[in-house]
Design a binder for this molecule. Structure first.
Ligand code: GTP
Ligand code: MG
Length: 228
């Protein structure tokens, strides 16, 4: 729970995460005034388990994780919104560090940086090499365009003021929403900072990203938002 008078909603994004959802929900609850599970129409017991633990469960529109994030922004009751994955890749005990700069009025969006905190996920095979290289190119492009010094434009573990999240009017349906959020915040003059956050390997289940199928959408989203 945040120590300031700002209320914190922690939104856990899920799609077929029944193996880890219990630990994910119980892990974030001590840090949340509202625990929201936004589910992408899981076909397993993810929603039932989350509900039985006392989380508020909502369905997204079925278009992808970006759709889920937009749903969380629509329904969140807190002043600060934290996004965290359900596969235990992120440490919920990092949430206070993500929230603090916003609660203290120093930042509007705080990204958990894997380049500062380390990642067990980004390395090891060709797909991961492409992801980490592509991610670095996107981050560099954003840095040159807006004269900032970000290190991680793709980590989904982040916090944003609900007001900023609603002001930037995002449209991306898939994981490209992470970079869209950053670029739209920069364009509208919101302040972005980073804190180190370690990324662990997904504990169970399967990744929803197939790099070669979505690469062009990352490039298009980047170009669109850079030149707008
Ligand atoms: N609400 C919602 N969540 C989703 C959707 N697709 C994936 N997610 C969740 O978003 C989070 C991130 O997805 P992952 O598949 O772990 O993506 P990733 O972390 O980039 O991939 P890995 O590194 O392989 O774990 C997970 O908690 C997923 O369950 C969706 O369509 N809707
Ligand atoms: Mg993951």
């Amino acid at each position: 729970m945040a120590s300031s008078d700002k209320k914190v909603t922690v939104a856990i994004m899920t799609r077929n995460e029944q193996a880890t959802i219990e630990e994910a929900v119980t892990g974030v609850m001590p840090h949340a005034d509202e625990t929201l599970v936004v589910d992408g129409h899981s076909q397993d017991r993810t929603r039932q388990i989350a509900e039985s633990l006392g989380a508020t469960v909502v369905l997204d529109g079925g278009h992808g994780k970006g759709d889920g994030i937009r749903k969380a922004i629509e329904v969140a009751q807190g002043d600060i919104l934290v996004f965290i994955d359900a596969d235990l890749s992120h440490d919920p005990d990092d949430i206070p560090a993500l929230v603090a700069p916003i609660a203290e009025g120093r930042s509007d969006l705080v990204i958990g940086s894997r380049w500062k905190g380390g990642s067990d996920e980004l390395f090891g095979d060709v797909g991961k090499f492409i992801r980490s290289t592509g991610s670095s190119i996107i981050t560099l492009s954003i840095n040159y365009r807006w004269h900032v010094k970000l290190t991680d434009s793709q980590n989904g573990f982040r916090a944003i003021s609900t007001e900023a999240a609603r002001a930037i009017m995002m449209t991306e349906d898939i994981f490209t929403i992470e970079q869209e959020m950053i670029m739209k915040c920069l364009r509208q003059g919101f302040r972005i900072s980073e804190v180190p956050a370690h990324e662990y390997r997904r504990r169970a289940g399967e990744s929803q990203i197939v790099v070669w199928k979505v690469a062009y959408r990352y490039v298009w989203c980047l170009i669109k938002n850079l030149i707008k």
